[in-house]
Ligand binder design. Sequence first.
Ligand code: NAD
Length: 447
Amino acid sequence: MNLTVVGTGYVGLVTGACFAEMGNTVYCVDVDGEKIARLKQGIIPIYEPGLERIVQSNFKEGRLRFTTSLAEAMADSNVYFIAVGTPPGEDGSADLRYVLGVADEIGRHLGDYAVVVNKSTVPVGTADKVRQAIEDQLAQRGVAHPFDVVSNPEFLKEGAAVDDFMRPDRIIIGSDSERAGEVMRLLYADFSRNHDKIMVMGVRDAEMTKYTANAMLATKISFMNEIANLCDKLGVDVEKVRLGIGSDSRIGYSFIYPGCGYGGSCFPKDVSALIHMAEQNQLFPLVLQSVHQRNMFQKLLMGEKITTRFGQDLSGKTFALWGLAFKPGTDDLREAPSIVLMHQLIGCGAKVQAYDPIAMDAARRELPRAWFENGSLTLAEHQYDALKGADALALVTEWKPFRHPDFGAMKRLMKSPIIFDGRNQYDPTRMETEGFEYFGIGRGKKL
Ligand code: NAD
């Protein structure tokens, strides 16, 4: 099949490359001309394991094509995926300007029958808005081409995006049209050979499924974070509690790790958007509000632990920070807890020496320039360099190389052997034996 994917971010580029890998011809379209130019040179704008290889090989084979012209792509394809950003608006609602901008453009160039697929995470009812936007353009042109709008939310995880796309748990297709449903089934059959993973449902059901999945995962995290904070007060080790409850098959072990809050471009914005949807429908979303608020507070927790230990004035103090990305396996800094912590530490006068295995370029690009210029933030070449002369280490992202560090070397490098572990990577008893003052999340230590 010949496809167009609009937006070459984490979702769009992975979608395009994976469909091309299955033999389809895919046009990847982006308004960012520089990104497209770099992609044509084989330079991948994001870090995602396995992505570079399939982008480069499919580009070489001519199955993956990059362009800034949606009209050019549409002329040679009849399935158009919309995979642009849906960032939070000021009131927490999903900002649909990019999605509807693409819909307008599709309407301006639509010819033969086409399936327009919403892959972006969008509020319930967006497919209708996309349909209307296209129809308005067709009406202006005085033509009436047939088309269908389908919802096909994406469930890939950053850091494992290619693998998730190639071997999905399920493929949700929201379609109110049999014809479009069949096109989508055919397209996704390659990813559903092991057993049928395709679930066809109504468009609105599919839109809601995506938000509900993300909100459920965020809820598990915030719930566990709240329990962890109580564990600290009660002298209980939350890690024991986690294992104790995870063994219940009704609960399970996944997504119940306590920590210093969730970040990323999805959970925070999707919970906010769902809150907004509820409020617009005269419901007060008690659970979702609490999930969101717990997370805001949780992101502040590491900084609060540090100021409780060192005092509010941190001038003259230096903190090593391990992990900048919002989670391991990605270079994505959006909504990362590390950024909240750096604001707190630098705001109290401290210096930060940060290290991340992958997100250093993103940090140089995206963090406040002033922090680099006034020496508040330096990026270390190596994880151990970040520790030099540090009053304490704050571990924020659970990258694998942080799991079994050389504690002896760490102690020699640091000014004082103190660790604030935002991801409970270390065992408090072992840390004590190694001679560290150790603060985890919910490990039963009152401050
Ligand atoms: P992103 O910000 O990484 O990429 C969006 C891309 O769209 C950018 O390259 C931007 O230049 C481009 N774009 C914007 N307007 C355009 C236009 N009019 N024409 C062409 N290109 C345009 O976004 P993302 O992280 O890939 O997310 C895209 C959507 O998928 C969002 O709705 C998000 O919620 C959802 N989603 C994201 C993930 C994830 O892990 N990142 C997972 C599932 C779903």
